[in-house]
Design a protein around this ligand. Sequence first.
Ligand code: PEP
Ligand code: MG
Length: 760
Amino acid sequence: MPETDPHSPAFAARNILRNLHDIMASRTSPQAKLNQVVQVIGEALHSEVCSIYLLRDGALELYATRGLNQAAVHVTKLALGEGLVGTIAENVEVLNLDEAMAHPDFAYKPETGEEMFHSFAGVPIVRREAAVGVLCVQHADPRRYAEIEIEALQTTAMVLSELIAGAGLVDAALVRGVSSHDSGPQDLTGLKLVDGMAMGIAVFHQPRITVEHTVAEDVEAERHRVYSAFRKMREQIDAMAAQAEFGGTGEHQDVLETYKMFAYDEGWSRRINEAIDSGLTAEAAIERVQQRTRMRMRQIQDPLLAERMHDLEDLSNRLLRIVSGQLGTAAQMGLRQDTILIARNLGPAELLEYDRRRLKGVILEEGSLTAHVTIVARAMGVPVLGRVPNVRRLIGEGDTLLLDVGEGRAIVRPNSAMEDGFLSKLALTNKKRAEYASLRDVPAMTSNGKRIKLMINAGLRDDISAMDVMGADGIGLFRTEFQFLVSATLPQRERQQRLYREVLEAAGERQVVFRTVDIGGDKALPYLREDHTEENPAMGWRAIRLSLDRDGLMKVQARALIEAAAGATLNVMFPMVSEPWEFDQARDLFEAQKNWVAKQGRSLPVQIRYGCMLEVPALAEWLDVLLPKLDFLSIGTNDLTQFLFAADRANPRLAERYDWLSPAILRFLRRVIRACQAVEMPLSICGEMGGRRLEAMALIGMGIERLSVTPAAVGPLKAMLRNFDPDDLGPKLDAWLDYPEGDLREKLVDYATINGVIAD
Ligand code: PEP
Ligand code: MG
């Protein structure tokens, strides 16, 4: 082993770490520890000078030195980017020079007395990805430090970062992992997914692991920990690949391939192993290698590589979580008050794990308008800003955030003027909300006296109260699968029944439409996993397809609904019906269960009304056959549009590509509306489209009289309706659709403006 030679640099490196271990464990002050560190390193590397600079109040302050004038300690300060030390910190890079003064960035500080030294090597002290200080050595003779000595300095810098963070020697924002460039306020922009405003504290869905201990007690034990973490990680990645549905978040196959490539990369595991050899703990070794890769990559300006870096970063974090045993998400760790959750993406079930009273907002790197996680967030009343690039790098855990989704922005680390501005806007928004709330008892009526039935979409127990708060006419879509999503196991009949009864009791005379479970797609249940995997789950074995094949599930639900609605009217709706026979089978199943309940001598609903959702375009070709079978029809525009446009509703790249107000959608809807009008079939719209004012204006202009929308949209829609005369818009819209020309959205905006319809 090379480190047995006492004169070798490797021996020096090992020796430094051993000494650092003792210094760290000693009961002296942080300053005294820094003083000892510079001595140990100076001696080990035979360097006349060793100094530590720390970033304080935006400047790099000389904190400890061996070899420079002691009077310069806490006096010499360099700005970021100033001198060699400032350059190292700013660029988070290593400098290794045999002639320091020849470097263009050299800045002479007379009080230090450094003019007699020639060679210079410095490394940044990094906390997560930002420099919090610089560790450097200087030598009287011009000589270049060996690679292994630089390595030793970097390892020392890592141990120092632990000491510095723990002792509060640098600015708190830096310790949280926000880079020195970004420690001030920062404006982030993204896509509006769920409107709303919130002020809160950043919490990472998958918390970044802070490496607590850097110096190993037992090298072999650490090696063993890393080996088994690698094994576990590879198993996880292989399992993901086998499922073809990465982490339930719909990430792309490319990412998975890259993950696989990194997970099995020998170079990566070897470098971690080497870091362990130098005496680091498993966590510190992983972090150390990650830092080094980050530094290298920073010098390569290639966006494609940057993307890959992101993946390696993810994987490295995964390895860290495995090795440190911190596998849970923030939801399992006890959420702090006023949390704003930061994630790359989330599944609906993952979001539902969070305590909604504490969760004030969500910021996602991905996300799209009709992904179920967005719908769930909307149902929870949690604002969501999506598609914010680099969000996990620009925000530090614990940062204050001002989230204003309406403006499509979030301010990170705001100053007090920004906070004041935000709070006064929030007060105004709350006032507006209060105005909408004052419309609670006002019926939803157009200016020409047409009563529109405005209902809400719901699915969680807490949503029920929204009906009263918003003054809605009922629940037009109760997504029963939400109960399944929040449960760890399949909810038993009694539990289902209890929820349905509560909903019906809360609704009183108002209508409630229960949709049978729409499981599958992006609403996968961990306890209902099938052997086979699906390449395209949104078009796969989901909703009614799954329910008819697994009819045990539907039978239980049917009984629960029938029993819960005893003595009342039960409205049942089937999702994703593609052909009439699916509806027939589902209804027959319900009727059979009704007979079973009757046979048990239990009381029945006074009436069961059966309806179905129109989400699959093919069903529109069956209307003449289907409508006579139905009591009502509801159009699910979320799925309908994804199938009409062949555009995955959860794909962030397609989130803004197609418009709900395109002639393709509106003509399709017009056809269905006309067919329903001809046979007086009650028809509603229950997709997200109906909750947006301009879209709702168009729908009502085309003859829609029932909308089921997100609760927060009820007040704004009532306000829109007040100045809106659908009989006036109707013929105009018809003409625009007959001869599409130009941008229909623009035409509708102009129409609203000219006629004073509030439809922003
Ligand atoms: C729809 O598809 O429009 C709909 C309302 O159902 P979900 O969003 O639950 O799929
Ligand atoms: Mg749907």
